[in-house]
Ligand binder design. Sequence first.
Ligand SMILES: *[C@@H]1O[C@H](CO)[C@@H](O)[C@H](O)[C@H]1NC(C)=O
Ligand SMILES: *[C@@H]1O[C@H](CO)[C@@H](O)[C@H](O)[C@H]1NC(C)=O
Ligand SMILES: *[C@@H]1O[C@H](CO)[C@@H](O)[C@H](O)[C@H]1NC(C)=O
Ligand SMILES: *[C@@H]1O[C@H](CO)[C@@H](O)[C@H](O)[C@H]1NC(C)=O
Ligand SMILES: *[C@@H]1O[C@H](CO)[C@@H](O)[C@H](O)[C@H]1NC(C)=O
Ligand SMILES: *[C@@H]1O[C@H](CO)[C@@H](O)[C@H](O)[C@H]1NC(C)=O
Ligand SMILES: *[C@@H]1O[C@H](CO)[C@@H](O)[C@H](O)[C@H]1NC(C)=O
Ligand SMILES: *[C@@H]1O[C@H](CO)[C@@H](O)[C@H](O)[C@H]1NC(C)=O
Ligand SMILES: *[C@@H]1O[C@H](CO)[C@@H](O)[C@H](O)[C@H]1NC(C)=O
Ligand SMILES: *[C@@H]1O[C@H](CO)[C@@H](O)[C@H](O)[C@H]1NC(C)=O
Ligand SMILES: *[C@@H]1O[C@H](CO)[C@@H](O)[C@H](O)[C@H]1NC(C)=O
Ligand SMILES: *[C@@H]1O[C@H](CO)[C@@H](O)[C@H](O)[C@H]1NC(C)=O
Length: 674
Amino acid sequence: MLLPLPLLALTLGLVAAASNEGSVTDYAPATNVQCPDTPLVRVFTPQNQTLHPQEVAYVNARAADVLPGAWKDWIGDGTGIGYNASVMQAMEGNWSKIGIGISGGGFRAAQYGAGVLSGLDARNESAMAAGTGGLLQVASYLSGLSGGSWITGSLYLNNWPTIKDMVFGNGGNLSGWLLDLNLAAPAGVDLFNEDNQYFFGSLLWSIEAKAMKGLDTSITDPWARMISYHFLNQTTRANFFTNNTAHGAGQLWSNIPETAAWQQLQPPFPIIVSDSRPVGSNMTTALPPGPVVYEMTPLEFGSWDPNLSAMVNMTYAGTHFVNGTPPNETACVTGFDQAGFIMGSSASLFNQILDFAQNTLQGFSSQDASGLLYVLGRQLQEVSTRANDVANWPNPFQGLKSQNFEDSASDWLELIDGSSNGENVPIGQLFVRARGLDVVVAVDSSADEATNLWPNGSSIVKSASRISTLLLASHQLFPPIPMTPDDFISTGVNRRPTFFGCYPTQNPPEYPMLIYLPNSPPLNGDNPTTNTGTFQIAYTPVQTRIFIDQVHNNTIGGFLPNTTGPDPNFGKCLQCAAVDRARYKISPMPSRSDFCGTCFQQYCFDPQNPPSQSELPGRQFVFVDPDPQGVSGALTFFAAHKAALIGGFVGLFVVIALLVTFLCVTTFLICRVS
Ligand SMILES: *[C@@H]1O[C@H](CO)[C@@H](O)[C@H](O)[C@H]1NC(C)=O
Ligand SMILES: *[C@@H]1O[C@H](CO)[C@@H](O)[C@H](O)[C@H]1NC(C)=O
Ligand SMILES: *[C@@H]1O[C@H](CO)[C@@H](O)[C@H](O)[C@H]1NC(C)=O
Ligand SMILES: *[C@@H]1O[C@H](CO)[C@@H](O)[C@H](O)[C@H]1NC(C)=O
Ligand SMILES: *[C@@H]1O[C@H](CO)[C@@H](O)[C@H](O)[C@H]1NC(C)=O
Ligand SMILES: *[C@@H]1O[C@H](CO)[C@@H](O)[C@H](O)[C@H]1NC(C)=O
Ligand SMILES: *[C@@H]1O[C@H](CO)[C@@H](O)[C@H](O)[C@H]1NC(C)=O
Ligand SMILES: *[C@@H]1O[C@H](CO)[C@@H](O)[C@H](O)[C@H]1NC(C)=O
Ligand SMILES: *[C@@H]1O[C@H](CO)[C@@H](O)[C@H](O)[C@H]1NC(C)=O
Ligand SMILES: *[C@@H]1O[C@H](CO)[C@@H](O)[C@H](O)[C@H]1NC(C)=O
Ligand SMILES: *[C@@H]1O[C@H](CO)[C@@H](O)[C@H](O)[C@H]1NC(C)=O
Ligand SMILES: *[C@@H]1O[C@H](CO)[C@@H](O)[C@H](O)[C@H]1NC(C)=O
């Protein structure tokens, strides 16, 4: 007779745990943990919204100990942007509070975020020379969603390295993102070759370990594990297809404060964003603005939305609280906040691309979709516990706010991709009133335009609308922007850096300034390589290098109207934008310098006098693959664009479907076979 599976896994787990690199089974949370006496859920109202005291302590400690030096390194004595010593001295205690939000969009978004951050990083020589390098160091918050959460997680769990070391490896303890190893089928198109089978076996082993703790798993769990192989630090090219390390399992979001960089107050405070599907709605389309938007920080999980306004201690996020208390003293769960699962939850877009009701699979021709849907439909039908197409989180807020909170009665939450409500850039959390930000930087690599996959401002329009209607009680106001995506396009502000909200009419200003950094064609007229598809799940090293360099060059280059040259003053203009809100905190308010005034004429959006896309001549919009050889060599199934999409999909979905089925037939704990 076979060894019962739980016992078998337990035995294997003990063997693997002997190595100091951990085991993939470390993905399993700990259950039946003694609950602390202190309250773990906090509930507030939009009117008396408060930040977690440790968030305040971290942000304030950086503002006191680190940011003064970082501002000085960046702005110098201020004469470069036209401010004299007495104005600078007053600004010094009144600096703007800045947050940066990185959009979703798969590997494209992770690489776009990497290129932008390298252009804003004082540790990069060309960014420093251009004057843009330094904004990252003075930022207080960094938010990420979906693909943007992958770069965010990678930065924090790898001890805040430079972009170059993180993405390409440093020859030492960082191995790089290994994006040439396909996310779903790292050993190539043949899913049944030995290496792919080892890889799937390891994923499955992780998921089983979690399922055997009685926690509902879903398609998001293997997805979370796949992401971990690339963005967390225990995977190298040499150990990819082994069980020699945990491959990121056991690295927790709530452990970020233990990293050396955090202790030295180097990084901004991180926030990951996920949307929710109201339980029972089974929605497979884009969400309306209503459903709760959640955030995950190293301290807490919860929402500032007025209809929830509650947070749970992140360490205990897998616990089933009712009315803010666990069912008994030993009902607590820890280790649920796996870094991979946080990134996976934020990027869980499966409910939108699998649509059984309509019998479609987004991105496919109907012919291709029907075969695949047949397979997937059969597999997914087998699993009949919790929703399979979302991330399942025990609801820590059950019983709370029953008048307003739509999932108050539910014992589970269904978390889905953070872009599901159309807000692909996670800036909502940066408008939370208690955070008091002065400047919000939106890093947008949305693929909005149907043909060439450039952003058209749609995400910003959606955020402005949600904030101006549903979030008035909890969030700051939104600055004036073009009303529609068409207006973003006609004014050209989706094709170059733009500052919004430069001219508030009140003091204190009625809204933060918004700095928009959209994915745009190279300003020098080169062919673009950065408008790739969201479902391209492998990049050759050459593709990644040129992608990031193009984004870096655009980020440090700004634009000069009517030319294809970079603006030598862009770095200083960005400094002008970053310091401008400090003026409003000084009494009497010093006037804006002439230099900064000139910058603002060029970079600020003035609704009364909008700019025009005709000022941006000579741009190329059509994607050109910089490494067609590499693609047709190693990854033949990505040779054609269409083939690439289908290859990615087939790889991903067949694998996941197989995993889910396997879970069903092997672990009675999570599946009831119908
Ligand atoms: C403010 O929040 C606290 C919990 O932090 C709550 O006890 C109190 O009732 C709230 N006050 C108001 C006026 O909402
Ligand atoms: C802010 O600026 C004012 C000048 O208006 C100054 O008096 C104050 O000391 C500054 N704040 C700090 C913390 O330095
Ligand atoms: C990997 O990251 C974890 C979490 O940040 C850290 O504790 C560990 O030391 C890192 N390992 C290496 C080899 O860098
Ligand atoms: C990784 O190595 C670098 C030096 O190459 C060192 O400074 C850093 O602390 C190491 N990080 C970890 C987590 O071991
Ligand atoms: C890792 O362990 C799992 C579970 O035992 C197994 O399916 C997989 O093949 C193993 N991978 C390797 C490379 O041994
Ligand atoms: C959602 O799915 C569940 C489980 O399949 C089903 O019981 C429920 O009726 C569905 N709800 C709606 C609104 O379709
Ligand atoms: C979470 O709860 C534990 C136990 O009470 C406590 O030590 C820790 O500080 C809490 N963390 C946060 C972020 O509140
Ligand atoms: C406490 O609650 C947990 C989770 O619901 C359950 O597994 C456990 O049996 C309960 N313990 C007691 C003593 O009731
Ligand atoms: C700075 O960024 C450029 C462009 O991506 C890159 O080539 C260079 O290696 C980076 N330098 C460092 C020190 O990271
Ligand atoms: C980026 O700019 C540098 C300096 O102008 C140039 O040498 C390099 O070729 C550019 N890279 C790309 C990919 O355009
Ligand atoms: C750009 O060129 C247009 C006409 O082609 C002109 O109207 C506009 O003033 C120019 N803009 C700048 C800033 O020179
Ligand atoms: C510095 O600039 C401010 C505002 O432009 C001006 O009022 C002040 O007189 C200047 N101070 C000196 C010492 O030049």
